[in-house]
Design a protein around this ligand. Sequence first.
Ligand SMILES: Nc1nc2c(ncn2[C@@H]2O[C@H](COP(=O)(O)OP(=O)(O)OP(=O)(O)O)[C@@H](O)[C@H]2O)c(=O)[nH]1
Ligand SMILES: [Mg+2]
Length: 224
Amino acid sequence: MRRNAKLLILGDGNEGKTCVSRALRGLPFRVQKTTRGVDVVQWMYAHPVHSADREEDITLNIWDFEGQEISHQTHQFFLTSQSLYLLVFKCRDQFLLDRAEYWLDTIRARAPQAKVAIVISQCEGRMPLVPLDRIQAQYGDLLAEEWFFPVGCKDGSNIPKLRAFLQHWAADLEFMGSPWPVSYEKAETELKAKAKRGTARITRKQLGAAFHKAVQAVDAAELG
Ligand SMILES: Nc1nc2c(ncn2[C@@H]2O[C@H](COP(=O)(O)OP(=O)(O)OP(=O)(O)O)[C@@H](O)[C@H]2O)c(=O)[nH]1
Ligand SMILES: [Mg+2]
């Protein structure tokens, strides 16, 4: 059964993406170094409605990207519709609408079915001024049911609200609880075996080869 999903945290450099990722997982606030490339971390939690049933536990794989402009092109390969998106900005006197437009346009081009929420970090004791109506009018199709979360990672303000929203959002994804395609399972088994043998990293080519082999094996079994 598939009980995991992807949460992608996007935004420019130094806006608070890593701090938000940590706060969601209940880790203490710390000043962060720039993320290099992407950090993928697991956030496991009980199903928000069927919390007593451990079989229903959900794993959200958080992809916390480095915000440097130079990496955006490669990052775009990771954007898919079946994921949750957070777009993070820090609290400023003047909201960076052009940057928000840049990111929302990028997501829309790559993953038109995606749903996005905007998170404003560093909102301890203050409210950011954000042109909500304008964003809603321009990007309504892309925005999640709730999409505006001013948070403070240092004092945890509004983090429980964001956390609860994400937990429900992931639990309600269409594929949640549905079986994995057999070929995925085969590829996953092979990758796990590789990891056990001590391969900490695999190249994109090796990953592609593992999936290709798995699909061929399933096709052959189905034909034969
Ligand atoms: N007080 C406060 N400071 C924050 C908050 N979020 C981020 N910061 C500060 O902003 C700095 C940058 O935050 P990061 O989470 O590292 O930013 P990032 O977007 O992951 O940056 P890159 O990895 O370089 O793309 C942190 O080291 C904190 O000092 C917040 O909610 N409250
Ligand atoms: Mg970071």
